[in-house]
Design a protein around this ligand. Structure first.
Ligand SMILES: Cc1cc2nc3c(=O)[nH]c(=O)nc-3n(C[C@H](O)[C@H](O)[C@H](O)COP(=O)(O)OP(=O)(O)OC[C@H]3O[C@@H](n4cnc5c(N)ncnc54)[C@H](O)[C@@H]3O)c2cc1C
Length: 437
C-alpha cells in the first residue's frame, strides 16, 4: 500500500513524479486540466507559439538543468537576450546598472542621486520592514520610485508599504562599482550575463520541458481531467480523495495545488480560525494579450518592463527572441501581461474591449502598426503569483502548522507552499520530499 498520490500535474507535481519514478516508488499524478504543465505551458495558434507568461529556465540548479538537457538534447539552447524597462518613452537596461542610470538621469542627477544613496546607506533604516522602506533605504527615494515601487505595486496589486521584502528578487543586483567598470570597458557579453539575460530555452517553448518530462516518466501514471474535489481524513490520517465523484483510497498524499484549495477540499473542514486565515491570503492572476504580427521583428529585447501607470500591463515579451521556431518565418508576435485580481476591471472586462485598449497603447508607443496585426488572442493564468503581503509568513506558518498534523501529507509547489519560487525550486523541493521517503 506504499503508494504516493500526487495532486497537480504542474512543474512541482511532475518533478516529484520524476524522482519517485527514479527511486522505483509507486505513484499517481492527478491533474485537473486536460494537459500537464500547470502555469508553465506553451500554447500554439496558427503556427505561432507563446508561453503562459515570459518564462525562461534559469541555470541555477545543476541537477534540474541536466535533467532537461538530457531530455531535450540540442532542442534546449542557451539564450543571451537582455531585457529593458520602458520609462519616459525611453528604454533602460534591466536590471538597472550604473551606466544606464547615467544615461537615463544625466551625469549631474546621477551624481546627486549617488551621493543621496551613499548618505541613505550610512543612516540606513535597519528597521525597514516592508518593501517600500527596504528599497528606499538602499536606493534612495527617486530611483526606488522610478524603477521599483510603481512596478511592484502594479505587479502585486498592493501598495509597496503593504508588501513583504521577499518580493525584491534581483532587480538591482548590477548596481555596484565593479559592474560599472566592467560594463564601461568590456563589450556586450559581460553586460548580457550580469543583466540575467542568459538562460536556457527550448525550441518550441517552455511547455516542452514538462511535456517531455511527462513522456519520460511513466505517462500511464498521470491522469489528466482529474480534479480532486474532496480530501477525506480521520484521526490525522488522509484516507481518500474524491475525483469525478469517485472515491480513491490514499496511503500517502503529496499536494501541489494552491494552499487555499487544499484547505477547502479537506473533509471534515478545519476550525474556523484556519479557514479565516486562508480567506485572507491572496493570489494574483495574469491576463495575456497576444498579438500575431506580419513583421520580422519588433525589437531585440528578452522582455520589456512597464512601471508607469499609463499602461495596465507590467511586461511584454516577443517569443521569437527566445527561439526562432516560436513564430512562422518572417512573422513575429508580442505577449502582453496584465496582472489583476478577479474583481479588477481588466479581469471582468469583455475580451474584445481589452484587446482593443491594449492594441491602441502598443501602436502609440510604436511597437507595431495596425496594418501589421494578423490576429490576437487572450489567455488567462489563474493563481500566477501568491501575493507576499507584509506579514504573510505568520499566516502561512499557521496553515502549515495545521497541515503538519496529517502524518501522510506533504506539500510542495509555488502556490502549494505559498512561496515565490521558480521551476528549479520545484525540483529542489521534489528531491527533498522524495529523499526523505
Ligand atoms: C507569468 C509567469 C512567469 C514565470 N516565469 C518564470 C521563469 O521565467 N522561470 C521560472 O523558473 N519560473 C517562472 N514562473 C514560475 C513557474 O511557472 C512556477 O514556478 C511553476 O508553474 C509552479 O509550478 P507548480 O506545479 O507549483 O504550480 P502550477 O504550475 O500552478 O501547477 C499546479 C497544477 O495543479 C493543478 N490543480 C489545481 N487544483 C487541482 C485539483 N483540485 N485537482 C487536481 N489538480 C489541480 C493545476 O491545474 C495545475 O496544473 C513564472 C510564472 C508565471 C505565472
Amino acid at each position: 500500500m506504499n503508494k504516493y498520490t500526487i495532486i497537480g500535474g504542474g512543474p512541482a507535481g511532475l518533478s516529484i513524479a520524476y524522482y519517485a519514478n527514479k527511486k522505483g516508488l509507486k505513484y499517481n499524478v492527478f491533474e485537473a486540466g486536460n494537459k500537464v504543465g500547470g502555469n508553465c505551458i506553451t500554447i500554439e495558434e496558427n503556427g505561432f507559439y507563446f508561453d503562459s507568461g515570459a518564462h525562461r529556465l534559469h541555470n541555477k540548479d545543476i541537477e534540474t538543468t541536466e535533467i532537461f538537457k538530457n531530455l531535450l538534447k540540442k532542442e534546449l539552447k542557451e539564450i543571451n537576450v537582455p531585457s529593458q524597462i520602458f520609462i519616459d518613452n525611453k528604454y533602460v537596461d534591466f536590471p538597472i546598472t550604473p551606466l544606464n542610470l547615467v544615461k537615463f538621469l544625466g551625469i549631474n542627477n546621477f551624481i546627486s542621486e549617488g551621493i543621496k544613496i551613499i548618505f541613505t546607506n550610512l543612516i540606513k533604516n535597519k528597521n525597514a520592514c516592508n518593501f517600500k522602506e527596504h528599497v528606499i533605504s538602499i536606493y534612495g527615494k527617486k530611483i526606488a520610485e522610478l524603477f521599483l515601487i510603481n512596478y511592484s505595486e502594479k505587479l502585486w496589486g498592493l501598495k509597496a508599504d503593504k508588501l513583504s521584502i521577499e518580493i525584491s528578487g534581483k532587480r538591482l543586483k548590477g548596481l555596484n562599482i565593479k559592474t560599472f567598470l566592467l560594463e564601461s570597458f568590456f563589450a556586450n557579453k559581460i553586460k548580457t550575463k550580469h543583466l540575467d539575460g542568459s538562460f536556457l530555452y527550448p525550441y518550441y517553448g517552455i511547455g516542452t520541458l514538462f511535456e517531455e518530462l511527462a513522456r519520460h516518466i511513466n505517462e500511464n501514471n498521470i491522469k489528466t481531467n482529474s480534479r480532486v474535489t474532496k480530501i477525506v481524513h480521520k484521526k490525522n490520517i488522509i484516507k481518500s480523495i474524491i475525483i469525478n465523484n469517485k472515491e480513491l483510497p490514499v496511503s500517502n498524499l503529496i499536494s501541489t495545488i494552491p494552499l487555499d484549495r487544499l484547505i477547502l477540499c479537506l473533509s471534515p473542514p478545519p476550525q474556523k480560525k484556519i479557514i479565516d486565515i486562508v480567506d485572507s491570503i491572496k493570489f494574483r492572476h495574469v491576463i495575456l494579450i497576444v498579438f500575431f504580427l506580419d513583421k520580422k521583428s519588433v525589437n531585440k529585447n528578452g522582455s520589456m518592463y512597464f512601471p508607469s501607470n499609463d499602461f495596465p500591463f507590467t511586461r511584454i515579451y516577443e517569443p521569437r527572441n527566445r527561439s526562432k521556431f516560436m513564430s512562422p518565418k518572417d512573422k513575429t508576435s508580442l505577449v502582453v501581461e496584465i496582472p489583476c485580481f478577479s474583481l479588477d476591471e481588466s479581469w471582468q472586462m469583455n475580451e474584445e474591449n481589452l484587446i482593443n485598449e491594449i492594441q491602441a497603447k502598443l501602436i502609440k508607443i510604436n511597437l507595431f502598426k495596425k496594418s501589421e496585426i494578423i490576429g490576437s488572442k487572450s489567455y488567462r493564468i489563474n493563481n500566477a503569483y501568491p501575493v507576499l503581503e507584509f506579514g504573510f509568513n505568520e499566516k502561512i506558518d499557521k496553515i502549515h502548522a495545521y497541515l503538519s498534523k496529517f502524518k501522510n501529507l506533504k506539500i510542495s509547489g509555488r502556490n502549494g507552499l505559498f512561496a515565490y519560487t521558480h521551476i528549479h525550486d520545484q525540483f529542489i523541493n521534489a528531491r527533498k520530499i522524495i529523499g526523505d521517503i
